[in-house]
Design a protein around this ligand. Structure first.
Ligand SMILES: [Zn+2]
Length: 247
């Protein structure tokens, strides 16, 4: 029996899982940041409702938003930055999931305006290329026009840095999009740590980075990382319940 036959919408459930996975990876920013999953019937996107943290996302706290920005399922207005997801999905028909967070290391790293170097497995996801950056505005992506401009920066990259703001990551699967966000944030954090200690001398050249991308980050490994994050999210929930019982 699949989720749909049990009356639970698959994409809504995936949106919940993706939100909780990003939260447990440390990319929560109180009630800001969101993940969206493409609706399987072409009606639009499933996205967390405003006012909730990523870790608080549940099945009744997601919305189905049409490509015209109309809330078809759920209540209230959508996130002001839903245009990120709407325009990414509109521009790239193969994308299944898009994540936007205000990840702290990504913001700090973007402020340095220096190339992201493949000093680790994580950064090899970019195959030796720098992470593309969106530099039109550091403000909210609150119009379709800004959403289109941001989507154009993605190209073939797994993610985009948004200086003065955060990151956006995309994938042809939900695990890929979430892991792309995680790998970018971890890459930025590690390079910040190295740069704080001195100049960086050792990193993969483009050829090695491309090989490492194939070795380290096939879909199976992205799924393995995703499954780990879901287990950690479940454990965090269980811990919170136990703490409440003992309060
Ligand atoms: Zn934002």
């Amino acid at each position: 029996m699949d989720d749909r036959s049990r009356g639970v919408n698959t994409e809504a459930a995936e949106t919940v899982s993706a939100s909780r996975a990003l939260a447990v990876s440390g990319q929560g920013d109180m009630v800001w940041g969101h993940v969206a999953v493409r609706d399987g019937r072409g009606r639009g996107i499933w996205i967390k409702a405003p006012g909730w943290g990523l870790e608080e996302t549940r099945g009744d706290r997601v919305q189905l938003v049409s490509f015209d920005g109309e809330v078809l399922v759920g209540s209230g207005a959508p996130h002001k930055e839903c245009h990120i997801h709407l325009e990414f999905f509109r521009m790239y028909s193969d994308l299944q999931c898009v994540a936007h967070t205000h990840a702290q290391a990504a913001i700090a790293f973007a402020a340095l305006n220096t190339p992201l170097l493949p000093i680790s497995h994580d950064a090899a996801i970019f195959g030796g290329a720098d992470v593309p950056r969106f530099d039109i505005t550091g403000g909210l992506i609150n119009t379709p026009e800004l959403g289109v401009a941001l989507a154009q920066v993605l190209g073939e990259s797994p993610a985009v840095l948004m200086p003065k703001h955060g990151l956006v990551a995309a994938g042809r699967s939900v695990p890929a999009a979430v892991m792309h966000a995680v790998l970018l944030e971890r890459s930025c954090a590690l390079q910040l740590r190295a740069m704080a200690a001195g100049p960086i001398d050792v990193y993969s050249d483009a050829a090695e980075a491309r090989i490492k991308r194939e070795q380290c980050w096939p879909e199976s490994q992205l799924v393995a990382g995703w499954n780990y994050l879901l287990r950690m999210a479940d454990a965090a929930t269980a811990d919170a319940v136990i703490r409440r019982m003992h309060d």
